[in-house]
Design a binder for this molecule. Structure first.
Ligand SMILES: *Cc1c(COP(=O)(O)O)cnc(C)c1O
Length: 411
């Protein structure tokens, strides 16, 4: 019988580091509330990435929420947010009753298009408005044009929040994602590159990082004032990571580089074995960046005789999990009322490659449109990228996919 293959699933260290940290917590009865694992996990992560400070929280979503609090985003404030992403990036904007403006991606990076970001600044600047923050995402571990985006934010003096939930370990010119923005966030959710069973971390990179981190910690622990009794002057949240969860995270951090190596191997394997299939292309690798290859994703161009759904169905029949690309936020009913800044007609902005307009057909059933994000969505597939896969598993997956091309004529 063939075994089920996951898209990405928890992969504990071969050495049992996680259990050793948990055992220590049990032995000292530091199950809760805090304890050494939490503070050490923060210190180890900040050191590894070169972040100013780190705060361990219950989820990556909570970390985005705290970053938005830190920049003072409140009722009616604008937040420029990457459009092509998971909804967790945008939801906290609404928790604070701020107003998202969604910014399209480009094909060069699949992430926020700097030209569209500039267009948003100009459009709202013309009516005297400036956003409280920009939220950029490093989707699937692909590096956004982060240096350029950070430069635009500096120019307009607007704080940058980097959603590095999927890109832990990705670097741009040797610097880790999550450390370019004033704030960065990472996630340890079950299918991320390392997991603590669930959790997240806020990274603070401002010159006053320790004070900013302390403030986020205060909000995340019910906004308790330093008084002998329970005294509150602000609304707080119960977002702190537990000492047990942090123990798993510490163990996982020790094997992060090993997991990244395997993710890159998986991507290279797919490139080698599927790279010659007509109409199939891989997610783009930016020059100067090194992706953690969290998920290996492909695009099937219009001329391709095989459609994304064909691949997902065939894999499913073989008990192999795969997924579509994230559906852009401006196409989600819950966010449909908010402004969207498209990039497709911007000069060189990763609109369509001139003379190679191969992504024109729009899947209306999926609710896609002709934005760059909409096209990436309806032409893409995330292939299984579980680090526990063997070469036999990869061969099996590639065999299923390649068989779909057999006997098909390329238009
Ligand atoms: C997973 C994820 C999050 C949220 O992280 P959680 O820890 O699940 O709350 C945010 N943004 C992106 C892009 C993600 O993939």
């Amino acid at each position: 019988m063939k075994e089920h293959i996951f898209l990405a699933s928890p992969h504990m260290s071969e050495e049992g580091y996680e259990q050793a940290y948990i055992k220590e917590a049990f032995d000292t009865n530091w199950i809760a509330p805090l304890g050494k694992n939490v503070t050490e996990f923060e210190k180890e992560m900040a050191e590894k990435l070169g972040a100013g400070a780190a705060v361990a929280l219950s989820a990556g979503t909570a970390a985005i929420h705290m970053a938005l609090k830190a920049v003072g985003a409140g009722q009616g404030d604008l937040v420029f947010c990457q459009d092509l992403t998971f909804s967790a990036t945008a939801n906290p904007i609404l928790y604070e009753k701020a107003v998202p403006v969604f910014i399209d991606s480009n094909r060069k990076t699949w992430n926020m298009d700097p030209g569209a970001l500039r267009k948003a600044f100009e459009k709202y600047g013309a009516v005297g408005k400036r956003p409280r923050a920009v939220i950029v995402v490093h989707l699937y571990g692909l590096c956004a044009q982060i240096e350029e985006i950070a430069e635009i934010c500096r120019e307009y003096q607007v704080p940058l929040i980097e959603d590095a939930a999927e890109s832990l370990g990705t670097t741009c010119h040797g610097k880790y994602t999550g450390t370019f923005g004033d704030y960065g966030i990472i996630s340890f959710n079950g299918n991320k590159i390392i997991t603590s069973s669930g959790g997240g971390m806020l990274l603070v990179n401002t010159p006053d990082a320790p004070e900013r981190a302390a403030k986020a910690l205060y909000w995340a622990t019910q906004a308790r004032e330093p008084a002998r009794w329970y005294q509150h002057t602000e609304i707080g949240y119960n977002y702190r990571m537990s000492n047990i969860v942090a123990g798993i995270g510490r163990g996982q951090l020790r094997v992060l580089d090993r997991r990244i190596e395997k993710k890159r191997y998986i991507f290279a394997y797919y490139q080698e074995h599927l790279g010659r299939l007509a109409g199939l292309s891989f997610m783009p690798m930016q020059e100067g960046a090194r992706s953690n290859c969290w998920l290996s994703c492909i695009q099937l161009e219009d001329a391709c005789p095989v459609k994304p759904l064909d691949i997902m169905k065939a894999l499913e029949e073989d008990d192999v999990e795969s997924r579509p690309i994230w559906k852009p936020m401006h196409l989600q009913p819950v966010f449909a009322q908010y402004d969207f800044i498209p990039s497709r007609d911007l000069p060189g902005a990763g609109g369509l490659v001139p003379g190679k307009e191969s992504l024109r057909v729009i899947d209306e059933e999926m609710g896609a449109d002709d934005s760059i994000g909409g096209q990436l969505f309806c032409h893409g597939v995330c292939l299984p990228s579980d680090t526990k896969m063997t070469d036999v598993d990869l061969e099996r997956i590639c065999g299923v996919i390649k068989s779909l091309w057999q006997g098909k004529r390329v238009e």
